[in-house]
Design a protein around this ligand. Structure first.
Ligand code: SAH
Length: 470
Protein backbone atom coordinates (compact mmCIF):
# COMPACT_ATOMS: atom_id res chain seq x y z
CA UNK A 1 0.00 0.00 0.00
CA UNK A 2 1.25 3.46 -0.81
CA UNK A 3 2.05 5.94 1.91
CA UNK A 4 4.20 8.96 2.56
CA UNK A 5 6.76 9.35 5.31
CA UNK A 6 6.18 12.11 7.79
CA UNK A 7 8.80 14.16 9.61
CA UNK A 8 9.15 11.33 12.15
CA UNK A 9 10.01 8.83 9.47
CA UNK A 10 6.71 7.04 10.02
CA UNK A 11 4.64 5.95 7.10
CA UNK A 12 1.48 8.01 6.96
CA UNK A 13 -1.60 6.65 5.28
CA UNK A 14 -4.44 8.92 4.33
CA UNK A 15 -6.44 9.20 7.58
CA UNK A 16 -4.68 6.12 8.87
CA UNK A 17 -5.65 3.98 5.95
CA UNK A 18 -9.23 4.96 5.23
CA UNK A 19 -10.05 4.96 1.57
CA UNK A 20 -8.08 1.77 1.05
CA UNK A 21 -9.72 -1.58 0.73
CA UNK A 22 -9.11 -5.24 1.36
CA UNK A 23 -7.09 -7.29 3.76
CA UNK A 24 -3.74 -5.80 2.83
CA UNK A 25 -4.91 -2.31 3.69
CA UNK A 26 -6.15 -3.56 7.05
CA UNK A 27 -2.88 -5.27 7.81
CA UNK A 28 -0.70 -2.30 6.93
CA UNK A 29 -3.03 -0.04 8.90
CA UNK A 30 -2.54 -2.31 11.89
CA UNK A 31 1.23 -2.26 11.32
CA UNK A 32 1.16 1.53 11.24
CA UNK A 33 -0.57 1.69 14.64
CA UNK A 34 1.63 -1.00 16.14
CA UNK A 35 4.79 0.91 15.32
CA UNK A 36 3.64 4.30 16.56
CA UNK A 37 5.41 4.56 19.92
CA UNK A 38 8.13 1.99 19.62
CA UNK A 39 10.79 4.73 19.61
CA UNK A 40 11.24 7.64 22.00
CA UNK A 41 9.33 10.70 20.76
CA UNK A 42 11.21 13.32 18.79
CA UNK A 43 9.54 16.51 20.03
CA UNK A 44 11.20 18.70 17.47
CA UNK A 45 9.86 16.58 14.65
CA UNK A 46 6.37 16.55 16.19
CA UNK A 47 6.53 20.35 16.47
CA UNK A 48 7.02 20.53 12.71
CA UNK A 49 3.71 18.77 12.26
CA UNK A 50 1.69 20.93 14.66
CA UNK A 51 2.24 24.65 15.31
CA UNK A 52 0.23 24.42 18.55
CA UNK A 53 2.78 21.97 19.85
CA UNK A 54 5.68 24.05 18.56
CA UNK A 55 4.37 26.87 20.76
CA UNK A 56 4.81 24.86 23.98
CA UNK A 57 8.25 23.33 23.55
CA UNK A 58 11.62 24.91 23.92
CA UNK A 59 14.03 23.44 21.41
CA UNK A 60 13.87 19.67 21.80
CA UNK A 61 12.67 19.74 25.40
CA UNK A 62 9.19 19.32 26.81
CA UNK A 63 8.60 20.37 30.41
CA UNK A 64 6.59 17.52 31.93
CA UNK A 65 5.78 19.65 34.97
CA UNK A 66 3.98 22.18 32.80
CA UNK A 67 0.31 21.13 32.59
CA UNK A 68 -0.30 23.16 29.43
CA UNK A 69 2.59 21.54 27.59
CA UNK A 70 1.60 18.03 28.73
CA UNK A 71 -1.99 18.56 27.67
CA UNK A 72 -0.90 19.88 24.30
CA UNK A 73 1.30 16.81 23.77
CA UNK A 74 -1.73 14.56 24.27
CA UNK A 75 -3.88 16.61 21.89
CA UNK A 76 -1.13 16.80 19.30
CA UNK A 77 -0.35 13.08 19.29
CA UNK A 78 -4.04 12.24 18.98
CA UNK A 79 -4.25 14.64 16.06
CA UNK A 80 -1.13 13.71 14.08
CA UNK A 81 -1.15 9.97 14.79
CA UNK A 82 -4.88 9.16 14.87
CA UNK A 83 -6.58 12.11 13.22
CA UNK A 84 -8.58 12.65 16.42
CA UNK A 85 -9.64 15.99 17.89
CA UNK A 86 -9.86 16.18 21.66
CA UNK A 87 -10.67 18.93 24.12
CA UNK A 88 -9.75 18.54 27.78
CA UNK A 89 -10.73 20.38 30.96
CA UNK A 90 -7.78 21.51 33.06
CA UNK A 91 -8.97 19.85 36.27
CA UNK A 92 -9.27 16.27 35.04
CA UNK A 93 -6.84 13.53 34.10
CA UNK A 94 -4.86 14.23 30.95
CA UNK A 95 -4.25 10.77 29.49
CA UNK A 96 -0.76 9.90 28.22
CA UNK A 97 -1.41 8.64 24.69
CA UNK A 98 1.25 5.92 24.42
CA UNK A 99 0.03 4.10 27.53
CA UNK A 100 -3.63 4.24 26.50
CA UNK A 101 -2.71 3.12 23.00
CA UNK A 102 -0.84 0.11 24.42
CA UNK A 103 -4.04 -1.13 26.04
CA UNK A 104 -5.92 -0.87 22.71
CA UNK A 105 -3.13 -2.71 20.87
CA UNK A 106 -3.27 -5.52 23.40
CA UNK A 107 -7.08 -5.74 23.12
CA UNK A 108 -6.78 -6.03 19.35
CA UNK A 109 -4.41 -8.97 19.73
CA UNK A 110 -6.56 -10.53 22.45
CA UNK A 111 -9.70 -10.38 20.29
CA UNK A 112 -7.94 -11.33 17.05
CA UNK A 113 -6.35 -14.44 18.55
CA UNK A 114 -9.56 -15.62 20.18
CA UNK A 115 -11.84 -15.66 17.19
CA UNK A 116 -12.19 -17.85 14.12
CA UNK A 117 -13.38 -14.73 12.24
CA UNK A 118 -11.58 -12.00 10.34
CA UNK A 119 -9.85 -9.33 12.53
CA UNK A 120 -11.95 -6.70 10.76
CA UNK A 121 -15.17 -7.98 12.31
CA UNK A 122 -17.52 -5.70 14.20
CA UNK A 123 -16.82 -5.66 17.90
CA UNK A 124 -18.64 -4.01 20.80
CA UNK A 125 -16.76 -2.94 23.91
CA UNK A 126 -17.56 -1.26 27.22
CA UNK A 127 -15.19 1.31 28.71
CA UNK A 128 -15.90 1.59 32.44
CA UNK A 129 -14.91 5.07 33.66
CA UNK A 130 -14.16 6.67 30.31
CA UNK A 131 -13.09 10.04 31.74
CA UNK A 132 -13.39 13.49 30.15
CA UNK A 133 -11.20 12.51 27.21
CA UNK A 134 -13.19 9.38 26.30
CA UNK A 135 -9.80 8.26 25.08
CA UNK A 136 -10.21 4.49 24.83
CA UNK A 137 -13.37 4.56 22.69
CA UNK A 138 -11.83 7.22 20.46
CA UNK A 139 -8.61 5.24 19.98
CA UNK A 140 -10.55 2.03 19.36
CA UNK A 141 -12.89 3.59 16.79
CA UNK A 142 -10.00 5.29 14.99
CA UNK A 143 -8.39 1.90 14.36
CA UNK A 144 -11.07 -0.71 13.94
CA UNK A 145 -14.75 -1.24 13.13
CA UNK A 146 -15.52 -1.20 16.83
CA UNK A 147 -18.27 0.50 18.77
CA UNK A 148 -18.38 1.37 22.44
CA UNK A 149 -20.51 1.94 25.47
CA UNK A 150 -18.64 4.43 27.66
CA UNK A 151 -19.64 5.03 31.28
CA UNK A 152 -18.68 7.39 34.07
CA UNK A 153 -20.09 8.69 37.35
CA UNK A 154 -18.57 12.16 37.14
CA UNK A 155 -20.92 14.75 35.60
CA UNK A 156 -18.15 16.94 34.33
CA UNK A 157 -16.25 14.10 32.68
CA UNK A 158 -19.47 12.85 31.07
CA UNK A 159 -20.14 16.26 29.58
CA UNK A 160 -16.64 16.51 28.09
CA UNK A 161 -16.65 12.90 26.92
CA UNK A 162 -19.87 13.54 24.96
CA UNK A 163 -18.33 16.62 23.44
CA UNK A 164 -15.24 14.67 22.32
CA UNK A 165 -17.38 11.97 20.73
CA UNK A 166 -19.25 14.64 18.75
CA UNK A 167 -16.06 16.42 17.72
CA UNK A 168 -14.97 13.23 15.98
CA UNK A 169 -18.34 12.31 14.48
CA UNK A 170 -18.51 9.07 16.41
CA UNK A 171 -22.06 9.59 17.79
CA UNK A 172 -23.31 6.48 16.02
CA UNK A 173 -20.53 4.30 17.45
CA UNK A 174 -19.87 5.59 20.97
CA UNK A 175 -22.68 5.80 23.51
CA UNK A 176 -21.71 7.78 26.62
CA UNK A 177 -23.76 6.81 29.68
CA UNK A 178 -23.91 8.31 33.15
CA UNK A 179 -23.97 5.89 36.11
CA UNK A 180 -24.29 6.22 39.87
CA UNK A 181 -21.48 4.97 42.11
CA UNK A 182 -23.51 1.99 43.33
CA UNK A 183 -24.91 0.95 39.96
CA UNK A 184 -23.68 -2.18 38.24
CA UNK A 185 -20.39 -1.52 36.47
CA UNK A 186 -21.40 -3.66 33.48
CA UNK A 187 -24.91 -2.40 32.60
CA UNK A 188 -25.91 -5.06 30.04
CA UNK A 189 -29.32 -5.69 31.60
CA UNK A 190 -29.96 -1.99 32.10
CA UNK A 191 -29.23 -1.40 28.40
CA UNK A 192 -31.10 -4.58 27.39
CA UNK A 193 -28.04 -5.90 25.58
CA UNK A 194 -27.53 -9.64 25.44
CA UNK A 195 -23.78 -9.82 24.96
CA UNK A 196 -20.68 -7.79 24.09
CA UNK A 197 -17.11 -8.63 23.13
CA UNK A 198 -15.12 -7.00 25.91
CA UNK A 199 -15.09 -4.66 28.87
CA UNK A 200 -12.13 -2.45 29.67
CA UNK A 201 -11.23 -0.09 32.48
CA UNK A 202 -8.47 2.10 33.77
CA UNK A 203 -9.78 2.08 37.33
CA UNK A 204 -9.15 4.63 40.05
CA UNK A 205 -5.96 3.14 41.52
CA UNK A 206 -6.01 4.33 45.12
CA UNK A 207 -8.11 3.44 48.15
CA UNK A 208 -7.66 6.82 49.84
CA UNK A 209 -6.39 10.29 49.22
CA UNK A 210 -3.53 9.62 51.65
CA UNK A 211 -2.36 6.65 49.61
CA UNK A 212 -2.45 8.74 46.49
CA UNK A 213 -0.51 11.64 48.04
CA UNK A 214 2.04 9.18 49.39
CA UNK A 215 2.59 7.63 45.98
CA UNK A 216 2.97 11.08 44.40
CA UNK A 217 5.53 11.98 47.04
CA UNK A 218 7.48 8.82 46.35
CA UNK A 219 7.65 9.83 42.73
CA UNK A 220 8.51 13.36 43.92
CA UNK A 221 5.58 14.78 42.00
CA UNK A 222 2.98 17.17 43.38
CA UNK A 223 -0.44 15.55 43.78
CA UNK A 224 -3.31 16.83 41.60
CA UNK A 225 -0.80 18.09 39.03
CA UNK A 226 -1.09 17.62 35.28
CA UNK A 227 -1.74 13.98 34.47
CA UNK A 228 -2.49 13.07 38.07
CA UNK A 229 -6.24 13.58 37.99
CA UNK A 230 -9.04 14.67 40.29
CA UNK A 231 -10.08 12.70 43.36
CA UNK A 232 -13.05 10.99 41.65
CA UNK A 233 -10.65 9.68 39.02
CA UNK A 234 -7.97 8.45 41.38
CA UNK A 235 -9.70 7.18 44.52
CA UNK A 236 -12.27 4.41 44.91
CA UNK A 237 -13.33 2.11 47.73
CA UNK A 238 -10.76 -0.67 48.05
CA UNK A 239 -8.53 0.92 45.41
CA UNK A 240 -8.04 -0.81 42.09
CA UNK A 241 -8.40 -4.27 43.60
CA UNK A 242 -11.76 -3.21 45.05
CA UNK A 243 -12.92 -1.85 41.70
CA UNK A 244 -11.74 -4.85 39.66
CA UNK A 245 -13.24 -7.21 42.26
CA UNK A 246 -16.62 -5.58 41.64
CA UNK A 247 -16.21 -6.26 37.93
CA UNK A 248 -15.16 -9.80 38.78
CA UNK A 249 -18.27 -10.39 40.92
CA UNK A 250 -20.47 -9.17 38.09
CA UNK A 251 -18.59 -11.38 35.65
CA UNK A 252 -19.45 -14.42 37.79
CA UNK A 253 -23.09 -13.72 36.99
CA UNK A 254 -22.77 -12.52 33.39
CA UNK A 255 -20.18 -15.17 32.48
CA UNK A 256 -20.05 -15.73 28.69
CA UNK A 257 -22.23 -12.71 27.92
CA UNK A 258 -18.93 -10.82 27.72
CA UNK A 259 -16.12 -12.59 25.89
CA UNK A 260 -13.29 -10.76 27.68
CA UNK A 261 -13.37 -8.87 30.97
CA UNK A 262 -10.23 -6.75 31.12
CA UNK A 263 -8.64 -4.14 33.40
CA UNK A 264 -5.51 -2.05 33.63
CA UNK A 265 -3.61 -2.54 36.89
CA UNK A 266 -1.28 -0.02 38.52
CA UNK A 267 0.51 -2.28 41.00
CA UNK A 268 2.05 -5.70 40.44
CA UNK A 269 0.81 -6.77 43.89
CA UNK A 270 -2.77 -6.15 42.73
CA UNK A 271 -2.24 -8.32 39.67
CA UNK A 272 -1.24 -11.17 41.90
CA UNK A 273 -4.32 -10.82 44.09
CA UNK A 274 -6.61 -10.81 41.06
CA UNK A 275 -4.95 -13.90 39.58
CA UNK A 276 -5.39 -15.65 42.96
CA UNK A 277 -9.09 -14.84 42.85
CA UNK A 278 -9.42 -16.18 39.29
CA UNK A 279 -7.70 -19.40 40.29
CA UNK A 280 -9.88 -19.81 43.39
CA UNK A 281 -12.86 -19.70 41.06
CA UNK A 282 -11.23 -22.11 38.59
CA UNK A 283 -11.19 -19.57 35.79
CA UNK A 284 -8.37 -21.00 33.70
CA UNK A 285 -8.68 -18.81 30.60
CA UNK A 286 -6.93 -15.56 31.40
CA UNK A 287 -4.19 -13.31 30.07
CA UNK A 288 -1.76 -10.85 31.63
CA UNK A 289 0.55 -8.32 30.09
CA UNK A 290 2.78 -5.40 30.90
CA UNK A 291 2.69 -2.01 29.22
CA UNK A 292 6.09 -0.55 28.53
CA UNK A 293 6.08 3.15 28.08
CA UNK A 294 9.67 4.21 28.01
CA UNK A 295 9.58 5.84 31.45
CA UNK A 296 9.56 4.72 35.06
CA UNK A 297 5.83 4.17 35.34
CA UNK A 298 4.91 0.53 34.80
CA UNK A 299 1.40 -0.74 34.20
CA UNK A 300 -0.09 -4.18 33.80
CA UNK A 301 -3.32 -5.50 32.42
CA UNK A 302 -5.39 -8.58 33.02
CA UNK A 303 -8.17 -10.26 31.04
CA UNK A 304 -10.33 -13.25 31.88
CA UNK A 305 -12.95 -15.21 29.98
CA UNK A 306 -15.55 -17.87 30.67
CA UNK A 307 -15.58 -18.78 27.01
CA UNK A 308 -13.26 -21.43 25.58
CA UNK A 309 -11.20 -19.54 22.98
CA UNK A 310 -7.58 -19.17 24.12
CA UNK A 311 -5.33 -16.23 23.31
CA UNK A 312 -1.92 -16.53 21.64
CA UNK A 313 0.92 -17.00 24.09
CA UNK A 314 2.46 -13.58 23.43
CA UNK A 315 -0.86 -12.02 24.44
CA UNK A 316 -1.60 -14.15 27.50
CA UNK A 317 1.93 -14.31 28.90
CA UNK A 318 3.08 -10.82 28.06
CA UNK A 319 4.98 -9.95 31.22
CA UNK A 320 8.35 -11.10 32.42
CA UNK A 321 7.72 -9.54 35.81
CA UNK A 322 5.03 -12.12 36.49
CA UNK A 323 7.21 -15.06 35.52
CA UNK A 324 8.93 -15.30 38.86
CA UNK A 325 5.69 -14.93 40.74
CA UNK A 326 4.01 -17.92 39.21
CA UNK A 327 0.96 -16.04 38.05
CA UNK A 328 1.21 -16.63 34.31
CA UNK A 329 -1.53 -18.64 32.63
CA UNK A 330 -0.63 -21.96 31.01
CA UNK A 331 1.12 -22.16 27.65
CA UNK A 332 -0.95 -22.24 24.48
CA UNK A 333 1.85 -22.91 22.01
CA UNK A 334 4.38 -25.68 21.64
CA UNK A 335 6.89 -27.13 19.19
CA UNK A 336 6.05 -30.79 18.73
CA UNK A 337 8.77 -31.78 16.33
CA UNK A 338 11.89 -30.35 14.75
CA UNK A 339 14.24 -31.76 12.13
CA UNK A 340 17.00 -30.50 9.83
CA UNK A 341 15.74 -29.35 6.45
CA UNK A 342 15.96 -32.06 3.81
CA UNK A 343 13.73 -34.29 1.72
CA UNK A 344 10.29 -33.29 0.55
CA UNK A 345 8.64 -30.89 2.96
CA UNK A 346 5.45 -31.05 0.90
CA UNK A 347 5.30 -34.82 1.15
CA UNK A 348 6.00 -34.70 4.88
CA UNK A 349 3.31 -32.10 5.46
CA UNK A 350 0.72 -33.98 3.42
CA UNK A 351 1.41 -37.17 5.29
CA UNK A 352 1.16 -35.37 8.64
CA UNK A 353 -2.07 -33.71 7.59
CA UNK A 354 -3.55 -37.08 6.62
CA UNK A 355 -2.61 -38.53 10.00
CA UNK A 356 -4.43 -35.67 11.74
CA UNK A 357 -7.35 -35.95 9.32
CA UNK A 358 -7.65 -39.64 10.11
CA UNK A 359 -8.53 -38.79 13.71
CA UNK A 360 -12.17 -38.69 14.69
CA UNK A 361 -12.45 -34.89 14.49
CA UNK A 362 -15.40 -32.52 14.24
CA UNK A 363 -13.50 -30.72 11.52
CA UNK A 364 -10.03 -30.47 10.00
CA UNK A 365 -9.10 -27.89 7.36
CA UNK A 366 -5.63 -28.07 5.91
CA UNK A 367 -4.20 -25.17 3.90
CA UNK A 368 -1.71 -26.69 1.45
CA UNK A 369 -0.04 -23.42 0.57
CA UNK A 370 0.45 -22.10 4.07
CA UNK A 371 1.22 -25.55 5.44
CA UNK A 372 -1.14 -25.09 8.35
CA UNK A 373 -4.48 -26.39 9.44
CA UNK A 374 -7.21 -25.89 12.01
CA UNK A 375 -8.96 -28.76 13.72
CA UNK A 376 -11.62 -29.28 16.39
CA UNK A 377 -12.17 -32.33 18.53
CA UNK A 378 -14.78 -33.48 21.07
CA UNK A 379 -12.10 -34.91 23.32
CA UNK A 380 -8.50 -36.14 23.31
CA UNK A 381 -9.42 -38.32 20.36
CA UNK A 382 -5.83 -39.34 19.63
CA UNK A 383 -5.42 -40.97 23.03
CA UNK A 384 -5.94 -44.56 24.07
CA UNK A 385 -8.55 -43.90 26.79
CA UNK A 386 -10.80 -42.20 24.29
CA UNK A 387 -10.49 -44.99 21.73
CA UNK A 388 -11.20 -47.54 24.42
CA UNK A 389 -14.27 -45.65 25.58
CA UNK A 390 -15.54 -45.31 22.03
CA UNK A 391 -15.16 -49.04 21.47
CA UNK A 392 -17.04 -49.83 24.69
CA UNK A 393 -19.83 -47.46 23.70
CA UNK A 394 -20.23 -49.11 20.32
CA UNK A 395 -20.47 -52.53 21.99
CA UNK A 396 -23.09 -51.54 24.55
CA UNK A 397 -25.09 -49.74 21.91
CA UNK A 398 -25.42 -52.88 19.80
CA UNK A 399 -26.35 -54.90 22.89
CA UNK A 400 -29.12 -52.62 24.17
CA UNK A 401 -30.55 -51.81 20.76
CA UNK A 402 -30.90 -48.07 21.15
CA UNK A 403 -33.24 -46.62 18.60
CA UNK A 404 -31.52 -45.42 15.44
CA UNK A 405 -32.98 -41.96 15.94
CA UNK A 406 -31.66 -41.67 19.47
CA UNK A 407 -28.22 -42.63 18.31
CA UNK A 408 -28.17 -40.00 15.58
CA UNK A 409 -29.37 -37.34 18.02
CA UNK A 410 -26.71 -38.27 20.54
CA UNK A 411 -23.94 -38.14 17.97
CA UNK A 412 -25.13 -34.79 16.64
CA UNK A 413 -25.19 -33.25 20.12
CA UNK A 414 -21.75 -34.58 20.86
CA UNK A 415 -20.41 -33.23 17.61
CA UNK A 416 -21.46 -29.71 18.49
CA UNK A 417 -19.26 -29.63 21.53
CA UNK A 418 -15.65 -28.84 20.80
CA UNK A 419 -13.44 -29.65 23.79
CA UNK A 420 -10.16 -29.04 22.03
CA UNK A 421 -9.55 -26.70 19.09
CA UNK A 422 -6.06 -26.48 17.63
CA UNK A 423 -3.89 -25.18 14.85
CA UNK A 424 -0.97 -27.15 13.47
CA UNK A 425 1.67 -25.44 11.34
CA UNK A 426 4.68 -26.83 9.52
CA UNK A 427 7.28 -24.07 9.60
CA UNK A 428 10.26 -24.06 7.30
CA UNK A 429 13.39 -22.02 7.99
CA UNK A 430 16.68 -22.19 6.11
CA UNK A 431 17.88 -24.93 8.41
CA UNK A 432 14.89 -26.58 9.99
CA UNK A 433 11.43 -27.90 9.53
CA UNK A 434 9.32 -27.77 12.65
CA UNK A 435 5.81 -28.75 13.60
CA UNK A 436 4.12 -26.24 15.86
CA UNK A 437 0.85 -26.59 17.69
CA UNK A 438 -1.31 -23.84 19.04
CA UNK A 439 -4.18 -24.50 21.45
CA UNK A 440 -7.15 -22.47 20.20
CA UNK A 441 -10.11 -23.68 22.18
CA UNK A 442 -11.11 -25.59 25.29
CA UNK A 443 -10.54 -25.72 29.04
CA UNK A 444 -8.55 -28.94 29.46
CA UNK A 445 -5.04 -27.86 30.43
CA UNK A 446 -3.59 -31.30 29.76
CA UNK A 447 -4.86 -31.50 26.18
CA UNK A 448 -2.08 -29.53 24.46
CA UNK A 449 0.71 -31.57 26.00
CA UNK A 450 -1.07 -34.78 25.16
CA UNK A 451 -1.69 -33.61 21.58
CA UNK A 452 1.99 -32.68 21.31
CA UNK A 453 2.84 -36.32 22.00
CA UNK A 454 0.53 -37.46 19.22
CA UNK A 455 2.00 -34.91 16.79
CA UNK A 456 5.52 -36.01 17.61
CA UNK A 457 4.86 -39.65 16.70
CA UNK A 458 2.77 -38.64 13.70
CA UNK A 459 5.67 -36.46 12.51
CA UNK A 460 8.16 -39.29 12.94
CA UNK A 461 5.91 -41.55 10.94
CA UNK A 462 5.44 -38.85 8.28
CA UNK A 463 9.22 -38.62 7.90
CA UNK A 464 9.36 -42.38 7.29
CA UNK A 465 6.48 -42.19 4.82
CA UNK A 466 8.09 -39.29 2.95
CA UNK A 467 11.34 -41.27 2.72
CA UNK A 468 9.51 -44.25 1.31
CA UNK A 469 7.69 -41.91 -1.04
CA UNK A 470 4.29 -43.06 0.21
N1 SAH B 1 -10.46 6.15 31.09
C1 SAH B 1 -9.88 7.44 31.41
C2 SAH B 1 -10.17 7.86 32.86
C3 SAH B 1 -9.66 6.92 33.91
S1 SAH B 1 -9.81 7.56 35.58
C4 SAH B 1 -8.39 7.36 31.18
O1 SAH B 1 -7.86 6.26 31.06
O2 SAH B 1 -7.74 8.40 31.10
C5 SAH B 1 -11.09 6.56 36.25
C6 SAH B 1 -12.47 7.01 35.82
O3 SAH B 1 -13.42 6.13 36.42
C7 SAH B 1 -12.85 8.41 36.28
O4 SAH B 1 -13.31 9.14 35.17
C8 SAH B 1 -13.97 8.17 37.30
O5 SAH B 1 -14.91 9.22 37.32
C9 SAH B 1 -14.56 6.88 36.80
N2 SAH B 1 -15.32 6.09 37.79
C10 SAH B 1 -15.10 5.94 39.12
N3 SAH B 1 -16.03 5.12 39.66
C11 SAH B 1 -16.84 4.72 38.64
C12 SAH B 1 -18.00 3.88 38.54
N4 SAH B 1 -18.50 3.28 39.62
N5 SAH B 1 -18.57 3.70 37.33
C13 SAH B 1 -18.07 4.30 36.24
N6 SAH B 1 -16.99 5.11 36.27
C14 SAH B 1 -16.39 5.32 37.45
Amino acid sequence: MEGTEDALGRTQHSKAGTGSHGKLAKESKDAYFRNLYTKAPDFKAIALLDPEFAAVIKGRELNFNDPIAVMQLTKTLLKVDFDLRVELPDDRLCPPVANRHNYILWLKDLLDTTSYDDPGRKVVGLDIGTGASCIYPLLGCAQRAWSFIATDIDEKSLEWAKRNVKLNDFDSRIQVIGRRPDDALIPLDHLKIDSIDFTMTNPPFYESEEAMVKSAQEKSRPPFAACTGAKVEMVTQGGEVGFISRIFEESLVLRGRVQWYTAMVGFLSSLRRIVDTLREHKIDNYAITEFYQGNKTRRWAIAWSFRPLRPAQSVARGTKAALSRGILPVMTETVAYKMPLGGSVGGFAESLSSAIGALDLISWHWDRERLEGIGRAVDKVWGRPWRRRKKREMETETETETSEQGKVKKLAAEEQKCAFGFKVAVRVTREHVSVEARWLEGHDETALESFRGFLKSASEKAVEDAKKGV
